[in-house]
Design a protein around this ligand. Structure first.
Ligand code: ADE
Ligand code: ZN
Length: 337
């Protein structure tokens, strides 16, 4: 396995599904709480980690939103992003399209600019230090209403030249994509790319809605699409990229074990799947950990790993010429290995 692990770590890859707030490690939570004089309901790092036993998405979201409360200053957001990039620099990661949840912060009185300026500063520093490029995706919280999403898009207006797209996350069941049809249309009119979480816990009907009502450019998770043959046919025909998150699926009980994970089946069906970490500090692994765990569980071959790596760049929002350079680097790597 270690040869495979080495091969995976060296393989050039992109991460397309990463919530930056989900990279907040417990140690960092205590550090930010200390410097911002915020009381935490946990006595130790061990106690925090022990609380990370989830039986569904909502269990996780409750603790994730609570954890984000320690993020107060531009420096906090910059440090959070940089700590994430330092970790994935060792994973062969060359490009990241990271989600952030502005409403989690603006609803606590943190200005949009504090969040965005901090994250953008961390991203610029990561390019200098680690040569990792990155793009920012603003996610609307789907448990909140349409007007709150529109207010967030208005708050983002001065930053839209530095935000590549919008996404949709948080509690899926009961909050179908159609609820955000108009705000997604407004985002599209501003030239933004569109992505949405769909088919993680929610039914395949939500995936159809993400395609037909939101007109997404990429689909986050999408696991439950496999329950609908016609939908799979549509996703294959459109060459839709799916940002799949194996350790997240395991921790949130979307799959019973990694051996039952649908990633290999997705590839066999011709779906453009990618491997991602989602919320690495909460789900027990960063980018390469996800790749290694799912490769071990499903017995993925090197050709499948190269396909996954290529999918991560061809499904990214990089310019075609930039993506092509990464694709060539994967071929060169695979041939030399
Ligand atoms: N926010 C952070 N991680 C998420 C996930 N896996 N699903 C929905 N919302 C999220
Ligand atoms: Zn996610």
């Amino acid at each position: 396995m270690s040869q495979t692990a080495d091969f995976i770590r060296g393989l050039p890859k992109a991460e397309l599904h990463l919530h930056i707030e989900g990279s907040l490690e417990p140690e960092q939570m205590f550090e930010f709480a200390r410097r911002n004089r915020i009381a935490l309901p946990f006595a130790s790092v061990e106690e925090v980690r022990a609380a990370y036993a989830f039986s569904n998405l909502q269990d996780f979201l409750d603790i994730y939103y609570q954890g984000a409360g320690v993020l107060q200053t531009e420096t906090d957001f910059r440090d959070l992003a940089l700590a994430y990039f330092a970790r994935v620099a060792a994973d062969g990661c060359r490009h990241v399209e990271l989600f952030f949840d502005p409403q989690t912060h603006t609803d606590r009185g943190i200005p949009f600019a504090v969040v965005a300026d901090g994250l953008l500063a961390g991203m610029a520093e990561a390019q200098r230090r680690y040569e990792i490029s990155s793009k920012l995706i603003l996610c609307f919280l789907r448990h909140l209403d349409e007007e709150a999403a529109f207010a967030t898009l208005r708050a983002a207006e001065p930053y839209l030249d530095r935000i590549v797209g919008v996404g949709l996350d948080s509690s899926e069941v009961g909050h179908p994509p159609a609820k955000f049809e108009r705000v997604f249309r407004a985002a599209r009119e501003r030239g933004l790319k569109l992505v949405a979480h769909a088919g993680e816990e929610g039914p395949s009907a939500y995936v159809w809605e993400a395609l037909d009502r939101l007109h997404v450019d990429r689909l986050d998770h999408g696991n439950r699409s496999l329950e609908d043959e016609a939908l799979v046919g549509r996703l294959v025909a459109e060459g839709m990229t799916l940002t799949v998150c194996p350790l997240s699926n395991l921790k949130l009980c979307v799959v019973k074990d990694l051996e039952a994970h649908p990633l290999k089946r997705m590839l066999q069906l011709g779906l453009r799947a990618t491997v991602n970490s989602d919320d690495p500090a909460y789900f027990g692994g960063y980018l390469a950990d996800n790749w290694i765990a799912v490769t071990k569980a499903l017995g993925l071959a090197r050709a499948e790993l190269a396909t996954l790596a290529k999918n991560s760049f061809s499904g990214s929002f990089l310019e075609p010429a930039e993506a092509a350079e990464h694709l060539a680097s994967i071929d060169a790597y695979a041939q030399a290995a």
